[in-house]
Ligand binder design. Structure first.
Ligand code: GCV
Length: 663
C-alpha cells in the first residue's frame, strides 16, 4: 500500500529503484532513540513502504538490521556531519549527534532513488555553512509578500496553523540540509508584532517542537518599534533604559516559555520600517542591545543590511542606491557583538536578474556575515517563468573578493572560515505557499531543493543538483531527465536575455514587479534610473561617476572601473555605454540588445517543445500545469522583447541589421 496521499515534492518516493536495493529494506537499528532519530526511522519506513512495498520496523538488536544508525565519537564529523558506509548487505550511518543521522538517512534515500548502482564504500558529508536558512515573507493574515504559490501555510486569519503540512514542510526542509526557518515577513506589521506575546507563544512552541524533531531552528522577525506598538512606550530608542527593560522583560518571557528559542531577524530603517536612525543611533546600537538580552539563552540576532534611503534624489552624479549597504555597515565593522550576524543581499540593489556581488563581502572583516538570496522569483519571472537560479548562486558563492586571505570567496567568508568567525551562513527568501505543489510552478521546486543542497555542500554543481531533483521528482527515464535538464540549465540566462540587458536591472512594472516597463522603477521621480538617452544607456558607477566601484577590494575595483575589463554581463551596471560601442562579440550594444531579445524568445519556444516531447511520461495534472505556464512564458517573453526593442529603437534611431519587426 502506498502512503502518499498528497504532493510531497521530491519526497514522494515513487521512483523505480534497482530491485537489488530491496535487501536494505529490512529492520533498522538505532543506538539512540530521540525525537530526531525517530524522524529518521519514520522517514525510512515511509520510503521503503513506497519504494519497495516493504514494512520495516525498528529493532533493539543490531544483529538483524540492514540499516544501522549509530551515534559515535568522531570529532571530525562535527555537529551535523555523517559518515555513510554502504556495504553489500547493510548500511551503517554514523554521526556524533542525531541530526547527522537524519541527514545521513536522507542522503541514503537520495542515493537509492538516483543511482542505478550505488558504489560500495564510505561517504562523509559535513555541511560547510553553520546556518542554512530560509526566510518566509508570510504575513499573519495569510498573505505572502512576493509570494507566488498561494497563501501562507503558517498563518491564516492572524492565527498560526499547525497541521500535516507543517510536518511535511519540516521533512522537505531538513531533507536538503536546511537548518533554520524564519516564519514571518521581515516587514513586521501590526499583528505580527504580537508574535512575541502570550497570544502566540503556545502555538510557536508547538511549531518549534515539530521543527526540532528535524533539526530546524525556529526564528521570527521582530518589529524594531515593538516597544511603542505593543509596549505603549513613547520611544524605541535602543539606548533608552525603559526600552531596554521592555525588551528584556518581553524576550526573557519568550525564552522562559519556549526554552531554547533560537533567535530573531530584523529589518530596520528600510522602506519605511522603523529603526535606530530615528534616534540618531547606529545599527550596531540596535542590534547589540537585542543581542545582549538574548545572549544568556544562546540566541542570535540576524540583522539585515538592506538599508537604503528610497527617497534619495540621485540627479547628481554621486548619489547611488548601490552604495548604501557598504556606506552604512562598513563603519560598524568590529563593533557588532558575537551573537549578531549581518545578513547581506547578494547584490547591492535588490535581487535583480544580474547584479555584482555586494562589496560588503570582503569589506567587512570582523563581523559575522550571512548571504541572502531570493528563490521567490520576484524579479526573475515570479514562478510563472522558469528560472533555475542555482547557476547564479554558484557564481555568487565562488566570487573572489580578493580580501587578502587565501580563503577569499563569498562561500569562504559566510562559512566563517576567512575571518575565523563563529557564526555565518546562507539564507534564501523562499518560494513556497499553500498551492498543492508547494511552489506554484512545478519546476520552481528545484530552486528550493537546490538552495538547500548547495548551502550544505557548495562543491555540488548546478547541473548535478538539477539531475538529482529531476530524478527524485520525475523518475529515472533518461529522455525525461535530458529534456527537463535542458529546460532548466539555461533558463536563468534565457530570462535575462529577453528582459533587462547587461546588468542594468528592473524595467518591470512598479509595485508588483511583473512584466516589462522600461522606465518602471518605483523611486524614479528623479528621472530614469537606467539613464538611457539618445546616445546610450547605463550608470557610471566608476570613480568618475558614483564611485561605487571603489567600494571593492582593489583588484575588483580595477576590474569594474575599466570598460574593457568589466565583465560584459555587468557592463551597464558599471558604465554608461554608447549604443554604437562594440562588445567583445563584435556587435554593437544596440544590436546585442536586439539579438539577445530575439534569442531569448526562441529559447523559450524550445523549452515549450521539450516539455511537449515528454507529455506521455509525466503525470497529466503536472504536465498540464507546467504547459500552461510555459505557454504564458512564451507569450510574455514576446511582449518583453517587443517592448524593450522598440524602446531602444526609438531612443537610438538605429535599425536592426536583420530588419526584424521591432517597432
Ligand atoms: C520584504 C524588495 C521587495 C520587498 C521586500 C524588500 C526586502 O524591496 O520588493 O517586498 O520587503 O525587498 O528585502 O526587505
Amino acid at each position: 500500500m502506498r502512503l502518499v496521499h498528497h504532493e510531497q515534492a521530491w519526497l514522494n518516493y515513487n521512483t523505480v529503484c534497482n530491485p537489488n536495493y530491496k535487501k536494505y529494506a529490512t529492520d533498522v537499528f538505532c543506538n539512540q532513540i530521540d525525537e530526531i532519530t525517530r524522524s529518521a526511522i519514520s522517514e525510512l519506513r515511509a520510503a521503503f513502504q513506497n519504494l519497495f512495498d516493504k514494512q520495516i520496523v525498528a529493532t533493539e538488536s543490531s544483529g538483524q538490521a540492514a540499516i544501522k544508525l549509530l551515534i559515535v565519537r568522531n570529532d571530525q564529523l562535527g555537529i551535523e556531519g555523517f559518515q555513510l558506509d554502504i556495504k553489500e548487505d547493510e548500511v551503517v550511518i554514523e554521526s556524533q549527534y542525531s541530526i547527522g543521522l537524519l541527514y545521513g538517512t536522507f542522503h541514503l534515500l537520495r542515493l537509492l532513488q538516483t543511482e542505478k548502482n550505488i558504489e560500495l564504500g564510505s561517504i562523509v558529508e559535513i555541511p560547510s555553512q553553520p546556518l542554512r536558512m530560509v526566510n518566509h515573507w508570510d504575513n499573519l493574515d495569510g498573505s505572502i509578500e512576493r509570494g507566488y504559490s498561494g497563501q501562507s501555510f503558517f498563518f491564516e486569519n492572524n492565527e498560526i496553523i499547525i497541521n500535516e503540512r507543517t510536518v511535511d514542510y519540516a521533512r522537505l526542509t531538513a531533507s536538503v540540509g536546511i537548518n533554520g526557518v524564519v516564519i514571518n515577513n521581515v516587514n513586521v506589521r501590526k499583528e505580527a508584532t504580537q508574535l512575541i506575546t502570550d497570544r502566540y507563544l503556545d502555538r510557536l512552541k508547538e511549531m518549534k517542537n515539530i521543527f526540532s524533531a528535524y533539526g530546524i531552528k525556529l526564528f521570527i522577525s521582530l518589529n524594531f518599534a515593538a516597544p511603542m506598538e505593543i509596549g505603549m512606550l513613547e520611544t524605541a530608542d535602543p539606548l533608552d533604559s525603559s526600552v531596554i527593560n521592555w525588551w528584556r522583560t518581553q524576550l526573557d518571557y519568550v525564552h522562559g516559555y519556549i526554552p531554547g528559542f533560537d533567535g530573531f531577524l530584523i529589518k530596520a530603517d528600510s522602506e519605511g520600517r522603523p529603526g535606530p536612525f530615528t534616534y540618531n543611533r547606529t545599527h550596531a546600537d540596535g542590534a547589540n542591545m537585542l543581542a545582549d538580552i538574548i545572549k544568556p539563552y544562546g540566541g542570535i540576532i540576524i540583522w539585515r543590511c538592506f538599508v537604503y534611503n528610497c527617497q534619495q534624489d540621485w540627479r547628481d552624479t554621486v548619489t547611488d542606491r548601490a552604495r548604501a549597504g557598504y556606506d552604512n555597515f562598513v563603519p560598524l565593522d568590529g563593533t557588532l557583538h558575537s551573537n549578531v550576524i549581518l545578513q547581506i543581499k547578494n547584490g547591492p540593489m535588490d535581487f535583480q536578474v544580474r547584479e555584482p556581488v555586494s562589496p560588503l563581502f570582503g569589506g567587512l572583516k570582523a563581523t559575522n556575515q550571512m548571504l541572502e538570496v531570493q528563490i521567490a522569483q520576484e524579479y526573475t519571472g515570479q514562478q510563472r517563468h522558469v528560472a533555475y537560479l542555482l547557476p547564479m548562486f554558484k557564481e555568487i558563492l565562488d566570487f573572489r573578493t580578493h580580501c587578502d586571505s587565501a580563503f577569499d570567496t563569498v562561500n569562504d567568508i559566510v562559512s566563517g572560515k576567512t575571518f575565523d568567525q563563529p557564526l555565518g551562513g546562507i539564507a534564501a527568501v523562499i518560494n513556497t505557499g499553500n498551492d498543492e505543489n508547494w511552489t506554484g510552478h512545478d519546476l520552481a521546486a528545484v530552486n528550493w531543493y537546490g538552495f538547500g543542497r548547495l548551502s550544505s555542500n557548495p562543491n555540488l554543481l548546478a547541473e548535478q543538483i538539477a539531475i538529482e531533483w529531476i530524478k527524485l521528482t520525475y523518475g529515472n527515464d533518461e529522455f525525461v531527465i535530458q529534456q527537463i535538464l535542458s529546460i532548466l540549465m539555461p533558463s536563468w540566462e534565457t530570462y535575462e536575455k529577453y528582459t533587462s540587458p547587461l546588468g542594468i536591472g528592473w524595467m518591470v512594472n512598479p509595485g508588483h514587479h511583473y512584466g516589462p516597463n522600461v522606465e518602471g522603477y518605483e523611486y524614479s521621480r528623479w528621472g530614469t534610473y537606467h539613464r538611457a538617452d539618445q546616445r546610450g544607456l547605463g550608470v557610471d558607477r566608476t570613480s568618475k561617476g558614483t564611485g561605487y566601484s571603489t567600494q571593492y577590494q582593489s583588484l575588483n575595483a580595477l576590474m569594474y572601473e575599466s570598460i574593457d575589463k568589466c565583465p560584459e554581463p555587468l557592463l551597464l551596471f558599471f558604465h554608461y555605454v554608447e549604443y554604437t560601442h562594440h562588445l567583445k562579440s563584435g556587435k554593437s550594444l544596440i544590436q546585442h540588445i536586439y539579438d539577445t531579445h530575439f534569442e531569448g524568445v526562441e529559447e523559450v519556444a524550445s523549452m515549450l517543445k521539450r516539455w511537449r516531447s515528454i507529455e506521455d511520461k509525466i503525470e497529466r495534472k503536472i504536465y498540464d500545469r507546467v504547459l500552461e505556464r510555459l505557454q504564458h512564458q512564451y507569450s510574455h517573453s514576446t511582449e518583453w522583447r517587443d517592448i524593450i526593442c522598440s524602446y531602444f529603437y526609438r531612443k537610438s534611431g538605429i535599425q536592426d541589421v536583420h530588419n526584424r519587426q521591432i517597432y
